[in-house]
Design a protein around this ligand. Structure first.
Ligand SMILES: NC(=O)c1ccc[n+]([C@@H]2O[C@H](COP(=O)([O-])OP(=O)(O)OC[C@H]3O[C@@H](n4cnc5c(N)ncnc54)[C@H](OP(=O)(O)O)[C@@H]3O)[C@@H](O)[C@H]2O)c1
Length: 243
């Protein structure tokens, strides 16, 4: 999908990958960008910088908030479901049940609610849904175990809605980043891609309508290895558990 001239909504637009996506979409010539965040104040600054940005209040876990956003932004061509949380812990961590509940609520159920709410408008405009998943939704990273599981659910969601919406002319694309330098990974020592390089690859992938977009070196390497030797990748990721 060509981005120039289109109307786009980005969730979690107040920081990290979301904010960089808003900036990248504007550079690509988007006609209007709805920058959605839990508080309007968090994105109000973006709408002052560029008049094409409209701030939208959105809490993806609240049905009324999701419905209000869909009603407020009926003319979208592209919805980028970027909002997400990572409690950065394993299945045996003390708070694992609560971590898993919250991650599923935001990363899976919140994304599902957004896809359902915006589907009628996207069907009407033959639009596109882009969900930010994760390469660790394709193989479990045990130190982020419950998050990986929620992103695996997000990957399955993508495949399902892609099939359901394809006959209606709606494209569904998935983004599978490796580690990116944002608030989510702050305090985690490892090589990280920058938001700018990831966003550039994401926007190029959207323009080429690639169903699966691996936007950084690590995600490209892992996805290729998963095709060749999935058990070996699982072993490598298991070995990242601290002794
Ligand atoms: N960073 C990485 O290494 C990495 C790798 C792979 C995939 N991802 C995915 O990329 C996406 C963006 O993450 P990021 O790295 O940019 O992290 P981030 O800076 O923490 O951004 C997460 C965004 O999601 C929003 N959000 C969280 N819960 C929400 C809710 N219930 N309703 C609405 N918005 C909510 C946050 O809003 P608040 O500011 O209000 O909390 C924030 O704007 C996520 O889906 C993440 O899982 C990240």
């Amino acid at each position: 999908m060509e981005i120039a001239g289109k109307t786009v909504l980005v969730t979690g637009a107040n920081g990290g990958i979301g904010r960089a996506l808003v900036e990248g979409l504007l550079k690509k010539g988007a006609a209007k960008v709805y920058a959605a965040a839990r508080t309007i104040e968090a994105v109000a600054e973006l709408s002052k910088i560029d008049k094409r940005v409209a701030a939208v209040r959105l809490e993806v876990t609240h049905a009324t908030s999701v419905a209000a956003a869909a009603e407020h932004c009926p003319e979208v061509d592209l919805v980028i479901n970027n909002a997400g949380i990572n409690r950065c812990a394993g299945f045996m961590a003390e708070n694992a049940m609560e971590n898993a509940r919250q991650e599923i609520k935001v990363n899976y159920l919140g994304t599902l609610a957004m896809c359902r709410a915006f589907a009628p408008a996207l069907i009407e405009r033959k639009g596109c849904i882009v969900n930010v998943c994760s390469v660790i939704g394709l193989v479990n990273l045990p130190v982020n175990g419950t998050y990986s599981a929620s992103k695996a659910a997000g990957h399955s969601l993508l495949q399902g809605i892609r099939a359901e919406l394809a006959p209606h002319g709606v494209k569904v694309l998935g983004i599978y980043p490796g580690p990116v330098d944002t608030r989510m990974t702050s305090g985690q020592e490892m090589p990280k891609a920058t938001t700018e390089e990831v966003v550039q690859a994401i926007l190029e992938g959207i323009e080429k309508e690639q169903e699966e977009i691996y936007p950084d070196a690590m995600s490209k390497e892992v996805s290729a290895a998963l095709l060749q030797a999935p058990k070996e990748v699982e072993r490598q990721f298991s070995a990242m558990i601290p002794a």
